[in-house]
Write a protein that binds this ligand. Structure first.
Ligand code: PAF
Length: 280
């Protein structure tokens, strides 16, 4: 497994590689867990060369405390990637990526960024768009893999690729869960024992929503979720939304031709957890 820290070094290496070999790319912010590894594994099965980037992107954090507390486990990450037979890891510094200024570009995502995560995390998706576009330009992958836990991010990246005619195919990867249903996330390691114990309620409640959705109207389902969290003193609901999977517009009534997902964000103390489920 090769590890590169500079743009020049990774580009030089890639330039001597066979152009006919397909390049799969998995961007991450490190603190890797089994969910990331399942994505790397999928990329490995579908490509000749797999590159993983590890870069904690400052421009996508709307909260500096969250950025400062983001777990850094590089040594362990590299060991895990080696075990997964990853070919190349790109670990640039902030200076390498943002040489001029640590700023996001402005994107027009056709409104996909105005709801849910976009509403509660101002500037987050411009930060994500900025880093993902930069990484695509550096690495020029054939396929890039993103987890569906960040479903809104996945749709926004698809939009960015379409609008900028970027020659990369975006692949969504199913959410990887702990045995008790909690969606795997680098932030889970920051949960206290009590918070970790309560956190599976998030997915459990989403599963109730899946069951109710065919029978009940949208408000009923959302109110059920709100009530569950009103009576829990460890988890605080930030939002529950049922949205069309293409436009991400919050749905008021069900249309049989559309597909929907339920999206949720919950605070456990200062740790923010998100999840989503397919309702169809
Ligand atoms: O999903 C993430 O880990 C990040 O948002 C990404 C896509 C690596 C961009 O920094």
């Amino acid at each position: 497994m090769k590890v590169f820290k500079t743009i020049d070094s990774i580009q030089n290496y890639l330039s001597i590689n066979d152009k006919n070999k397909s390049l799969g790319f998995v961007p991450t912010m490190g603190a890797l867990h089994k969910g990331h590894l399942s994505i790397v594994n999928k990329a490995k099965n579908e490509n000749s060369i797999v590159i993983v980037s590890i870069f904690i992107n400052p421009t996508q954090f709307n909260n500096t405390d969250d950025l400062n507390k983001y777990p850094i486990t590089l040594e362990n990450d590299l060991k895990m990637l080696e075990t997964e037979h990853c070919d190349i890891v790109f670990v640039p510094s902030v200076n390498e990526i943002y040489s001029k200024s640590i700023k996001s570009d402005d994107f027009d995502f056709d409104g996909l960024d105005k709801v849910m995560e976009g509403e509660f995390r101002e500037g987050h998706f411009d930060g994500v768009g900025t880093i993902v576009k930069k990484l695509f330009e550096i690495i020029q992958p054939d396929y890039a893999y993103f987890g569906e836990k960040d479903f809104q991010q996945l749709q926004i990246i698809r939009k960015m690729v379409e609008k900028n005619n970027l020659p990369v195919k975006i692949i969504g990867c199913e959410i990887y869960r702990e045995d008790d249903g909690l969606a795997m996330s680098s932030r889970n390691t920051r949960l206290s024992a009590k918070q970790r114990n309560e956190a599976p309620l998030i997915y459990k409640t989403l599963l109730k929503a899946v069951k109710l959705f065919p029978e009940k109207d949208i408000d009923f389902v959302k109110n059920m979720v709100k009530k569950v969290f009103e009576t829990n003193d460890t988890l605080v609901l930030e939002y529950i939304e049922i949205a069309d999977i293409e436009t991400l517009n919050p749905a008021l009534i069900k249309n049989k031709d559309n597909k929907y997902r339920a999206f949720i964000a919950v605070f456990a103390g200062e740790i923010r957890l998100i999840d989503n489920v397919d309702l169809n």
